[in-house]
Design a protein around this ligand. Structure first.
Ligand code: LLP
Length: 445
């Protein structure tokens, strides 16, 4: 089976250039660090386009496929416009994501709104901007959405988010399809939901069902199981209610290679399992091929992104670890402290030097748990060296915080030796721009 872009640790254009530095998209990373400062997110346009093309190619033999990028992995206006230009729609989960996608010029009929506790304001924004599908998660949302759609004289096109009861072997916090999950209708609640939609909620138009089984998935069998369960459920609902629902959203989840120990399947591997399983189910039930929605997030942007840090202070614990600190950490990449996520890195100004020493890369935040990479072999480090951490395109910027009142980094998009800042670095004045001192306190200062 062919390889796909998600199976590489580094961006596809990453190499050592004539100056002996790492470059991505034809841009010298040391120059970028000088021009834009660190920490800096760098994103390779070519790698994103290639994985989008892998997805399109892998699923091309099944005609009714809709590819939607899960914005939660990375949501900026430039990346949204870039991914839209590859023909992808978008899965959004908040008013902020809807607003970003809408302002990026995306055709909103290709957008699907997910989430387990959508607010009234968010539902209104989704209706007003013309979001194409709502994945309705629970009974409260059914009634709210129906009411809001009615007040606007609109019909909301919906899928029902269901919990298929599939356990996949990923971190507990990023599993979502198992039975004891906060997301979606339990299989036993579906009929009650369909009864309400058909009997009472005349401003809702049901098209099908949706599930998402987890993230950073390395197994292919779970997709086979998911398709079996979802098609069976769709057929059952259609037969019981005399309906012709024909949409199945199978969520995202394909894993990526953070370190040499990771072996994620390729997009072609999962497409093969998904399409074979679909064809078997279609033949078994004698149904028309349903439209399949996929919502990949991580696998689209993760290895296109790297983060550049400047190495600063160090500490050799007597008979213990050799710590080197960078100028970022858990606020620009929460994943190591949240999920014990592992990362690979190189020193961008001397990538070819032999890696002989074991070091611990520490963040700059005031917590002992702020360790970016607990153990990595690197060449001898000098203060001022630039560390390039790979695979930070997904769930880094999108989960960034201002912990310790540190400004969020800038992001630069590189391609064909061209670089464009797509997210401006936060400034100190940005940090206080939302703060208000009440007059009664102001008098004292
Ligand atoms: N669709 C739904 C309904 C989802 O909940 C998610 C991710 C996706 C699609 C995209 O899944 P992906 O292809 O990215 O695996 N913050 C965690 C990941 C949380 C994923 C939540 N849902 C992390 O950094 O690992």
């Amino acid at each position: 089976m062919s390889e796909s872009t998600n199976q590489f640790i580094k961006p596809l254009t990453c190499k050592t250039n004539e100056s002996g530095h790492l470059e991505i998209g034809g841009c010298d990373l040391i120059e970028l660090a000088k021009d834009f400062g660190t920490p800096l997110y760098v994103l390779d346009e070519y790698t994103i386009r290639e994985i989008c093309r892998d997805y399109k190619k892998a699923f091309s033999s099944y005609k009714n496929v809709k590819l939607m990028f899960a914005s939660k992995a990375l949501c900026t206006m430039a990346t949204t416009a870039l991914i839209a230009s590859e023909g992808f729609g978008f899965d959004v989960v908040s008013g902020g994501e809807i607003y970003t996608v809408h302002n990026s010029g995306v055709d909103m009929s290709s957008v699907l709104f997910n989430g387990n506790n959508k607010s009234v304001d968010e539902l209104i924004l989704a209706l007003d901007t013309g979001v194409g599908r709502f994945s309705v998660d629970n009974f409260l949302e059914l009634s709210l959405l129906n009411e809001l759609a009615k007040s606007k004289n609109k019909i909301a096109d919906i899928l029902l988010r269901i919990t298929p009861g599939i356990e996949c072997h990923t971190h507990e916090y990023i599993q979502t399809g198992h039975l004891d999950s906060k997301f979606g209708f339990d299989l036993t609640q579906i009929d009650e939901a369909v009864d309400l939609i058909l009997g009472r909620y005349s401003n809702l138009n049901l098209h099908g069902i949706h599930a998402h089984i987890g993230s950073q998935i390395f197994e292919t069998q779970v997709y086979h199981d998911e398709i079996e369960i979802l098609v069976k459920e769709l057929v059952r609902i259609n037969e019981k209610y005399g309906l012709n629902l024909n949409e199945i959203n199978i969520g995202g989840g394909l894993g990526v290679k953070y370190t040499e120990k990771d072996f994620p399947p390729s997009v072609y591997d999962i497409a093969d399992v998904i399409i074979t399983s679909l064809e078997n189910s279609i033949a078994k039930y004698g149904i028309e091929p349903p439209t399949i929605f996929l919502e990949p997030g991580r696998s689209i942007v993760s290895n296109a992104g790297v983060t550049l840090y400047t190495l600063g202070s160090s500490k050799q614990v007597p008979k213990g670890k050799y710590y080197f600190a960078v100028d970022g950490g858990m606020s620009d990449n929460a994943r190591p402290s949240m999920y014990k996520a592992e990362y690979s890195a190189q020193i961008a100004n001397k990538p070819e030097e032999e890696s002989l020493q074991n070091v611990t890369i520490a963040g700059r935040f005031c917590e002992s748990g702020d360790i970016l990479i607990p153990r990595i072999k690197l060449p001898e480090i000098e203060e001022g060296d630039i560390l390039c951490v790979f695979n930070t395109g997904a769930y880094n910027y999108s989960m960034a915080s201002n912990y310790n009142r540190v400004e969020k980094p800038a992001m630069v998009l590189v391609n064909n030796s061209q670089f464009d800042m797509i997210v401006r670095r936060e400034s100190l004045s940005d940090l206080i721009s939302h703060d208000i001192i009440p007059d009664r306190l102001r008098k004292n200062v």
